[in-house]
Design a protein around this ligand. Structure first.
Ligand SMILES: Cc1ncc(COP(=O)(O)O)c(C=O)c1O
Length: 396
């Protein structure tokens, strides 16, 4: 049996749309991107969604909005030490300095009790990551942000379908950024999307994704690459060539949107299947304590079924690598559970952190892995995975 990490199904509806789009020659960001944005926004119940070319850009552009509200290049953004490296890269891509905070090993998320001590005059935002779809400690984070007049921008890349105290993740902060990469629940193959209730933020995001252009009305995004847009000519000037801010080239294209529209139309089924896989794995995994554990779903939350986390304890008589090699040999694809960005990812060494500064993030960096829970998997795959782990542990 094989348990691949991810899957994608390009629906019949998407295939039809793709053919239509290719034949129309109208391929760049246009009406299907807009339709996808509207559907994504209504899924979450937010006013605005702006589609981009990656989840990393979704993080970066969400942060870059802050320059319109007094932030300066080099200001600080607080992020957890453990995440997929894109979170840290995005802060740098946006021109800010990442300030890292250790995580709580049990939740894999930023340890909210350590945030206040790193807030300085230069801090502009806290960017919690809902890692593995597990909601971060949003009550504490939003209270701290309010106290220190900071923005909260959620990295919800892995948190499609997650809920916190009756509210959908992505609706608990000023802006939230999602990845639509192939391994994620709603996918456009490559892509990202930013959601917000603030119309001013959304129009800045539309400008940012198109080089910082002045034209940012919704009509404009439909006409930007073809045809006549009456909004384009203001006071006798073509605002398409007025650049109001430092921008990015990060538009989603129509083919990606067509894949996304197909994905979103099956969202209900996808999330139900993935949740079932995740919960069965969580339940079945309890028998592997104390050597192997996973994250727990609290009564006030719903974990978004992105993937299944496995953490080997420090006194386990085997290494994470021995476990992942065993699983891989049995056809179960594994991924490491990321690393401590500041101390285990070479690229961040210029920031001057030292190994040992983030013990919990580093622990997960050495002891964690994750496997797929996607919609092509079912009860028999879950059973196979649990039996395989049983077989592995029986060697010790
Ligand atoms: C937590 C987190 N943030 C950001 C990203 C970046 O998304 P993308 O790969 O679409 O650029 C990912 C990607 O998986 C992620 O897991």
């Amino acid at each position: 049996m094989k348990i691949p990490f991810g899957t994608i199904s390009i629906t019949e509806e998407s295939k039809k749309l793709i053919t239509e789009i290719v034949n129309s020659n109208r391929l760049s960001c246009g009406k299907y991107v807009r339709e996808f944005e509207e559907k994504f926004a209504s899924l979450l119940g937010v006013k605005e969604a702006v589609a981009l070319s990656s989840g990393t850009d979704a993080d970066a552009l969400a942060l870059a909005v802050l320059y319109d509200f007094g932030a300066q290049r080099g200001d600080e953004i607080i992020i957890p030490a453990l995440s997929f490296v894109a979170t840290g890269n995005a802060v740098l891509e946006a021109g800010f300095k990442p300030v890292f905070v250790d995580i709580n090993r049990k939740t894999l998320n930023i340890d909210s009790s350590l945030i206040e001590q790193v807030i300085t005059e230069k801090t502009r935002a806290i960017m919690p990551v809902h890692l593995m779809g597990k909601p971060a400690d949003m009550d504490k984070i939003t209270a701290l942000a309010k106290k220190h007049k900071l923005y909260v921008i959620e990295d919800a890349a892995e948190a499609h379908g997650a809920e916190y105290k009756g509210k959908k993740i992505g609706t608990l902060s000023d802006i939230a950024a999602y990845s639509l990469y192939i391994a994620h629940i709603i996918t456009t193959i490559e892509g990202g999307i930013v959601v917000t209730d603030r119309e001013d933020f959304a129009s800045i995001l539309r400008s940012l994704r198109s080089h910082g252009r002045a034209c940012k009305c919704k009509k404009c995004i439909l006409n930007i690459n073809s045809g006549y847009c009456p909004e384009r000519f203001k006071n006798g000037k073509d605002i398409r060539f007025i650049f109001e801010r430092i921008g990015y080239s990060s538009k989603m294209n129509e083919i990606e949107a067509a894949v996304g529209l197909g994905s979103i139309s099956h969202y209900g089924e996808i999330i139900t299947r993935r949740r079932k896989n995740l919960i069965s794995m969580v339940d079945g995994f309890q028998r592997f304590k104390p050597y192997l554990t996973t994250i727990k779903e609290e009564a006030y939350e719903k974990i978004g079924p992105h993937a299944f986390a496995v953490i080997a304890s420090s006194d386990a008589p085997f290494t994470r690598e021995e476990l992942s090699q065993f699983l891989e040999k049995k056809g179960i694809e594994t991924r490491d559970l990321f690393s401590s960005m500041p101390t285990q990812c070479e690229g961040f060494s210029f920031l001057g952190y030292n190994l040992g500064d983030f013990p919990n993030a580093e622990f997960i960096g050495n002891h964690g892995l994750h496997i797929g829970v996607h919609q092509d998997l079912g009860d028999k795959h879950v059973e196979y995975f649990l039996n395989t782990v049983d077989n592995f542990l029986s060697q010790y």
